[in-house]
Design a protein around this ligand. Structure first.
Ligand code: SAM
Length: 212
């Protein structure tokens, strides 16, 4: 998701108390920052943050952190928090490549990837968020029995993501190629912005839940 450059978005982010500005300094300390011992769940490539904002509202006993690379998109998530502030949701503006600098081993309880950028060229495969390179990074920050959940309508990206699993030492707990017609996996489903858009166009949504 590339929004046009929004003038002043960097300044708004720089001043926002909903954004953790030196996330590396919080490595191993995230629960203390939230002031509780609740689990930490993160969405990587959060976009405008609707999914996490909804989850954080539904689950006050879970701490959520949204990670987003672009200021212009993160700005929207901040604006949503300004309208409806939640104590259990924080944001980081960063490239997820550096995720191991920000979370200690086992510090994260669950990772969400939603409608990740496809990077269709083969030479860019390692930039895809469900690639084996990223799975290796997630392996280092996710707790032992933690889960990663991935949704997309992009079948090519999903097939790639599934093929990466054995290479990276992960296993499938649940998988569907049509989430919105899969009663059991649909229970408790919170739609993302992209999910609303693409499912309303009739695109089937793929999802897996994986562990290692
Ligand atoms: N998750 C949202 C949804 O489902 O509506 C947004 C999906 S959007 C297609 C993907 C988002 O991931 C974009 O906002 C993009 O900037 C972000 N993103 C892509 N690669 C990233 C990375 N390496 N680190 C952090 N964010 C990333």
């Amino acid at each position: 998701m590339r929004l046009r450059n929004i003038t002043g978005s960097r300044e708004v982010i720089g001043d926002s108390r909903f954004v953790v500005h030196e996330p590396n300094e919080q490595k191993g300390n995230w629960q203390s920052l939230f002031g509780n011992s609740n689990p930490i769940r993160i969405e990587i490539g959060m976009g405008k943050g609707k999914f996490l904002h909804t989850l954080a509202k539904m689950n006050p006993d879970v701490n959520y952190i949204g990670i987003e690379k672009y200021s212009s998109v993160l700005l929207r998530a901040i604006q949503k928090m300004e309208q409806e502030e939640l104590p259990n949701l924080l944001f980081i503006r960063m490239d997820a490549e550096e995720i191991e600098d920000v979370f200690a081993p086992g510090e994260v309880d669950k990772i969400y990837l939603n409608f990740s950028d496809p990077w269709p060229k083969d030479r860019h495969a390692k930039r895809r968020l469900p690639s084996r390179q990223f799975l290796g990074r997630y392996n280092n920050i996710l707790k032992k029995d933690g889960r990663l959940e991935f949704k997309t309508d992009n079948r090519e990206l999903f097939d790639f993501a599934v093929a990466e699993l054995p290479e990276a030492g992960w296993q499938t707990e649940a998988i569907t190629y049509d989430l919105h017609h899969e009663e059991e996996m649909l229970i408790g489903n919170v739609m993302t912005e992209y999910e609303e858009k693409f499912s309303s166009m009739g695109n089937p949504i793929c999802k897996y839940i994986i562990y290692r």
